[in-house]
Each structure stands twice: as structure tokens, then as C-alpha cells.
Design a protein around this ligand. Structure first.
Ligand code: C2E
Ligand code: MG
Ligand code: MG
Ligand code: MG
Length: 279
């Protein structure tokens, strides 16, 4: 018993030193079953137009309702799922749920696009075909799906690039998430078939009415215009930030100022408020 306690202590200390969740190993083992056990949920965060705040899309964000630990945030389990490979099953499940949900909103008279996060480990042969199959099944039009990838996709990986090209060729849009936070940000723009840049919330947080504060957001917006890309500002938390972004010509935004990620029912209520003529 003592030895076990010792080991547990040692592991906890090491995990702390490495900046990992001390329960990482346990969580990783449980993750494999989380999908099958029905412990995952998809929440949706509205994406709005500036300056009026009209909802034009949603981003699907996975949630894990752990039976013992309560809600585990994605930042604690997505990296684990990427390590173990469970992200493929999780990603496939999220995509299916979200496509069905957004197709249902379409059927109720709301026009809306869907953004789904895709990890580098999901970009393997056959991914594009599986995405097409899910879209065909759900009836969601290809033009209404946005695949969000971060700069952790390796541009030297021909398979990843090829899968993204296949998606792009069929009209699915590719967004670079957290844009500007990676190591070779500008390289991604020519190496990947990009349609949308998402201005990382760290740059939105710097908006303070000064030219220096706006420098990065403004540069991303100009770059987007020159390359005929769309832009979405992430993490907009205040009316001041929304106004400043609108002034810089930013058309789409997402953040607590508009709405938090929420269950589908709550999004339905917002959509009905916005569009009372819907069924
Ligand atoms: P992300 O794709 O950049 O998603 C945006 C994150 O910012 C979400 O965190 C959202 O709740 C948060 N956020 C939105 N508005 C605001 C705001 O105004 N202020 C602040 N401080 N935060 C805001 P969340 O849901 O915790 O997800 C974190 C990350 O986990 C996501 O970042 C994404 O990288 C990953 N993730 C979530 N769901 C999935 C998924 O289904 N698949 C994959 N591969 N990754 C996912
Ligand atoms: Mg995202
Ligand atoms: Mg993001
Ligand atoms: Mg982000």
C-alpha cells in the first residue's frame, strides 16, 4: 500500500512538474469509452455578424460530462485524445451530431453554417470521404461546413494537405483557427487551401483603442482582404472590442459578448428570437 501511495505521489509530482493533469493517465484510459458511454456532449457557440450581432453560424465544441469528475474542459482531454488516437472516434462523433443538429436548424428555417474543429491526427487517408458521407447522410450542404484547423497541422505532411484539398475542392471551407499564434503562420496561407482566418482571442484582448493595440488584428484583416479570405474574430468579450473590430472592417465575430457555447436547445431559442417567422 505504501509503495502504491508513493508511486501515486511520485506520478502526481512529475505530472505537476511537466504541467500535466495528475490524472492524465486515468483520463486517457477512460476517454476511449467516453463516446460509447454517452458522456460526450456537443455545445454550440454562435458566430455573429458585426456590428449587428446577427447569428450566422455556430462552432461545435465538445464537452465531456465525466461521471465522477464533472465537466472536464476540452483543453484537458483533447490533447490526451490526440495522443491516444481517441480523437478520431471523438471527432467523427462530434461531426455527425453537429451536422444533424445544424441540418435540423436549416429544416426549421434558420440559415446557418457549422464550424467543426479537426485535429491533425484526424487528417489521415479517408477523412475527406468520411466527411462527405456524414454530410450526405445529414443533408447539410457542403458549403455550410467549415473545418477549423490550427497551425499544429504539419504543412510538410502531404496526406494532411491532400485531405484538406479534397474537402476544399467540394466546397467545404477551411479555417485557420487561433491564427497568428503558431510558429510559421504565414507559411500556412500558401501551403494549405485556406478560406477563413480566425483572429486569435489573444489579439482581440489587446484591442484598447490605440493603434498599437489594434496592430495584429488590423494586419490579419488586411491580409485577409488582400487574399480574398473571410475573417472571424475570436474571444470578443466587450462592446468596445466589437465596435473596434467593426471599425476595422471585421464582419464576423465570436465571443462571450455575443454568446457563450451552449446546448442546442438554448441556441434554438436564440434563433427563434432572431427569426420569429421560423417553424
Ligand atoms: P477553439 O477552437 O479556439 O474554440 C474557442 C474556445 O474559446 C472555446 O473553448 C470557447 O469556449 C472559448 N471562447 C469563446 N468565446 C470566448 C470569449 O469571449 N472569451 C474566452 N476567454 N474564451 C472564449 P473550449 O470550448 O474550452 O475549447 C477549447 C479548445 O478545445 C478549442 O479551441 C479547440 O481547439 C478544442 N476543441 C473543442 N472541441 C473540439 C472538438 O470537437 N474537436 C477538436 N479537435 N478540438 C476541439
Ligand atoms: Mg475552433
Ligand atoms: Mg479558436
Ligand atoms: Mg482559440
Amino acid at each position: 500500500l505504501l509503495r502504491m501511495a508513493d508511486e501515486a505521489m511520485y506520478r502526481a509530482k512529475r505530472a505537476e512538474k511537466d504541467g500535466l493533469d495528475p490524472h492524465a493517465e486515468e483520463l486517457a484510459a477512460e476517454l476511449g469509452d467516453a463516446v460509447r458511454a454517452g458522456q460526450l456532449r456537443v455545445h454550440y457557440q454562435p458566430i455573429a455578424t458585426l456590428p449587428d450581432g446577427r447569428i450566422v453560424g455556430v462552432e461545435a465544441l465538445v464537452r465531456w460530462a465525466h461521471p465522477v469528475r464533472g465537466e472536464v474542459p476540452p483543453l484537458s482531454f483533447i490533447p490526451l485524445a490526440e495522443e491516444t488516437g481517441a480523437i478520431r472516434e471523438i471527432g467523427a462523433w462530434v461531426l455527425e451530431q453537429a451536422c444533424r443538429q445544424v441540418a435540423a436548424w436549416h429544416a426549421a428555417g434558420h440559415s446557418l453554417h457549422l464550424a467543426v474543429n479537426v485535429s491533425p491526427r484526424q487528417l489521415v487517408p479517408g477523412l475527406a470521404e468520411r466527411v462527405f458521407a456524414v454530410l450526405d447522410d445529414s443533408g447539410l450542404p457542403y458549403r455550410d461546413l467549415i473545418v477549423e484547423v490550427t497551425e499544429s497541422v504539419r504543412v510538410e505532411d502531404p496526406v494532411a494537405v491532400e485531405e484538406l484539398r479534397k474537402l476544399h475542392k467540394r466546397g467545404i471551407r477551411i479555417a485557420l483557427d487561433d491564427f497568428g499564434t503558431g510558429y510559421s503562420t504565414l507559411r500556412y496561407l500558401t501551403a494549405l487551401p485556406v478560406d477563413i482566418l480566425k483572429i486569435d482571442r489573444s489579439f482581440v484582448a489587446k484591442l484598447d483603442g490605440t493603434p498599437e493595440g489594434a496592430a495584429v488584428a488590423e494586419t490579419v484583416l488586411r491580409l485577409s482582404q488582400m487574399m480574398h479570405l473571410e475573417t472571424v474574430a475570436e474571444g470578443v468579450e466587450s462592446p468596445g472590442q466589437a465596435a473596434e473590430l467593426a471599425g476595422l472592417g471585421c464582419v464576423n465575430a465570436q465571443g462571450y459578448h455575443f454568446a457563450r457555447p451552449m446546448a442546442a436547445d438554448e441556441v434554438s431559442d436564440l434563433l427563434t428570437e432572431q427569426n420569429p417567422a421560423s417553424v
